[in-house]
Design a protein. Sequence first.
Length: 94
Amino acid sequence: MSESADTTAHRPVTFEELAALMKGRAGLSVDPGHMASSPAVTFEELNLDSLGLLGIVAELENRYGARIGEEAETCKTPHAFLTNVNAQLAAAQA
């Protein structure tokens, strides 16, 4: 089964998926459990810059076949990012 864009059933983007994207797009090894249990940890503290975050947004847009608004690109924490992205993906399917 391929990982092509799936617009029929959105599953929430998880901390595990975000950690994998951070590794693939920015070369950063981040513990998804740390991100999940530390709501205040910022992307800056995790050494992810704005270009890395843009790459993650682009990958998610391709993966889910939906446009993710610019608000996601300005999120400072993984928690805020996932909340924003998952809300946008859910709305795109409605």
